[in-house]
Design a protein around this ligand. Structure first.
Ligand code: GDP
Length: 470
C-alpha cells in the first residue's frame, strides 16, 4: 500500500501534476503500478456480462482450425444489377433437382464451385451491411462491388466502396452488363483507378471481373476470384466448438414462432443446442437450409434458418451456444443489463465535445470525417485542404466524400466508424431522414457555405479550441 504522498510524488516525476481529488485513468494506474513494481489487473465490471467476448476468449486458442467458406455481400448502385447477379449465381449453381429441394429465400444461400463453398448474403446493398456492423457483428468476409459497364461509377458505388473500406473488408469489382452494346468497361476502370482503386491488370491491387447477370458470362470467373481472395485470407473456424453465429434476418412465422436466419461463424450449431442471442435465448428446434431441407446441424460459414427463439432476434445480434437453458436465460438477462449500463455510460453530449476530449487526452490518432459538397470541385478542394490539416498526433481521415445532400446512409456510415465520424456539408443540407437519424444516433452534422469556415472549425477541433455548439 502506498501513501497519497508517494503516489503524488511518483506522478509528478512522470510529469503529471495531480492532487488528491483527481481521478486517475486506467493508463496512469498501469504506469504507476509499473513504477512501484506491483502487479495490477484491470477489472472491467461489464466484461463478465459480455457473452460474445467471453466466447471469443474461450475459443481463441483452438487447435482444430479448418478452412471455412467465405461469406460474401453484393453492393453497388441501384439498377447496376445486384439482385440479378445474386439470382444468376444462385440459379446457375444450385439446381433444385440435384438437391431435391426448392430454393428458399432465407436471406443467404450457398453455392459450390470446384468443390468449395461460398455463402452469399441475399440482401443486396450496403445499408444492412453497415447497420449490422454498427451492432458489432461483421459477417461479411468479402464484398462484391457491382458497377454497370454502361453507366459507370455512381454515387452509391462510391458509398458502397466507402462502407467496405471503413469495415476493412476486401472487395472485388464486378463490371456488370458486359453484354450490352454500349458497355464500356474501360471507363469503369479509369473512373475507379482515379479513386485509387486500380485494377490488377493496370498494375494495381484490385481484382476486376467482367460479368453479365443476363447471359451468365463471367460468373465462373467471379466465383474463382472470390475463392482466390478467400484463400489469401485463410478463413478458418473450429467445427468442434460450440457454435457462434450471426443473425442476418428474422421474422415471426405462424405455427413456427420466431424464425431467424443465421450464418455460423465458428463451431457447429446443432439441434437441441441451448443458446443466447442478444436479449433473447432459446433452444434450436428446427434447422432448415437454403433448399428448404431439414438438417441436423450447421457448419462454419454456412447459413440456415432456425426456430426455437423465445422472442424474435435482431439482425446483427450474435448467437452463442451455452451449456443449458438456464444459463442461456441468465446470460440473456445479463446482456440486457450490459446494454443498459453501456447506454448510460455513453455520453449523450455532442460528439464533437467527445472527440475534442479524446484529442486533448491524446486518445485519438485519426479524426474520421465525411465530406458532402455541391460540386466535385469543392469536394476535392475540401479533401485536399483537410488532408493537410493535422497536429502532431491527430490527422483528418476522410472516410467518405461525395457530391450531394447529406443522406441517412452518410449517417449510418458515420455511426459505424470508430469513433463516430462527423459529417461536414458544404453548400448542401441534410435530408429530413438524415437529420432525424443523426439525432437518434448522436451524429454531428455541420454545414457551411464558406470553405474557410469549415476548415477553421476542423482546425479548432484538432487544436482543442473548438467551442461546442449549443
Ligand atoms: P439492382 O437494383 O442493383 O438490384 O439491379 P437489378 O438486378 O434489379 O437490375 C436492374 C436492371 O438491369 C434490370 O432490368 C435487369 O434486368 C438489368 N440487368 C441486370 N444485369 C444485367 C446484365 O448483365 N445485362 C443486361 N443487359 N441487363 C442487366
Amino acid at each position: 500500500k502506498k501513501s497519497l504522498e508517494e503516489v503524488i510524488t511518483a506522478l509528478r516525476e512522470l510529469g503529471e501534476e495531480r492532487d488528491k481529488n483527481d481521478f486517475l485513468g486506467e493508463e496512469y494506474i498501469e504506469t504507476l503500478a509499473e513504477e512501484f513494481g506491483v502487479p495490477v489487473e484491470v477489472y472491467d465490471p461489464l466484461a463478465e456480462f459480455d457473452y460474445v467476448k467471453k466466447y471469443d476468449e474461450k475459443c481463441a486458442n483452438s487447435e482444430n482450425l479448418k478452412e471455412r467458406p467465405p461469406i460474401v455481400t453484393i453492393m453497388g448502385h441501384v439498377d447496376h444489377g445486384k439482385t440479378s447477379l445474386l439470382d444468376k449465381i444462385r440459379n446457375s449453381r444450385i439446381t433444385a433437382k440435384e438437391a431435391g429441394g426448392i430454393t428458399q429465400h432465407i436471406g443467404a444461400y450457398m453455392v459450390e464451385k470446384d468443390g468449395k463453398k461460398i455463402t452469399f448474403i441475399d440482401t443486396p446493398g450496403h445499408e444492412a451491411f453497415t447497420e449490422m456492423r454498427a451492432r458489432g457483428a461483421q459477417v461479411t468476409d468479402i464484398a462484391i462491388i457491382v458497377v454497370a459497364a454502361d453507366d459507370g461509377v455512381m454515387p452509391q458505388t462510391r458509398e458502397a466502396i466507402a462502407h467496405a473500406q471503413a469495415a476493412e473488408v476486401p472487395f472485388i469489382i464486378a463490371v456488370n452488363k458486359i453484354d450490352k452494346p454500349d458497355a464500356n468497361p474501360d471507363l469503369v476502370k479509369s473512373q475507379l483507378a482515379e479513386m485509387g482503386i486500380t485494377p490488377v491488370e493496370w498494375g494495381g491491387e484490385y481484382e476486376f471481373v467482367h460479368v453479365s447477370a443476363k447471359t451468365g458470362e463471367g460468373i465462373d470467373d467471379l466465383l474463382e476470384t472470390i475463392l482466390m481472395q478467400a484463400e489469401i485470407m485463410e478463413l478458418k473456424a473450429d467445427p468442434t466448438c460450440p457454435a457462434k453465429a450471426v443473425v442476418i434476418e428474422s421474422r415471426i412465422e405462424k405455427g413456427k414462432g420466431p424464425v431467424g436466419t443465421v450464418i455460423v461463424k465458428n463451431g457447429t450449431l446443432k439441434k437441441q443446442d441451448s443458446f443466447v442471442c442478444g436479449i433473447t435465448y432459446g433452444r434450436v428446434r428446427l434447422i432448415i437450409d437454403d433448399l428448404g431441407k431439414q438438417k441436423k446441424e450447421v457448419k462454419p460459414g454456412e447459413p440456415a434458418e432456425i426456430t426455437g427463439f423465445d422472442e424474435a432476434p435482431i439482425a446483427g445480434d450474435t448467437l452463442v451456444v451455452v451449456e443449458s437453458d438456464k444459463l442461456a436465460k441468465e446470460t440473456a438477462d445479463k446482456w440486457k443489463t450490459f446494454l443498459e449500463e453501456r447506454e448510460k455510460s455513453k455520453s449523450t453530449k455532442a460528439t464533437l465535445e467527445d472527440l475534442q476530449k479524446m484529442i486533448l487526452e491524446g486518445e485519438l490518432k485519426k479524426l474520421p470525417v465525411i465530406v458532402k459538397a455541391d460540386t466535385q470541385g469543392s469536394v476535392e478542394a475540401i479533401k485536399g485542404s483537410l488532408s493537410k490539416l493535422k497536429n502532431e498526433e491527430v490527422k483528418v481521415d476522410v472516410i467518405h466524400s461525395d457530391v450531394g445532400a447529406i443522406t441517412e446512409n452518410d449517417v449510418i456510415l458515420a455511426k459505424a466508424s470508430e469513433p463516430k465520424a462527423i459529417i461536414l456539408g458544404f453548400n448542401v443540407r441534410p435530408t429530413s431522414g438524415a437529420k432525424t437519424k443523426a439525432k437518434q444516433e448522436g451524429i454531428e452534422i455541420r454545414t457551411y457555405s464558406i470553405i474557410y469556415d469549415l476548415l477553421d472549425d476542423v482546425k479548432e477541433l484538432l487544436s482543442g479550441l473548438m467551442t461546442p455548439k449549443v
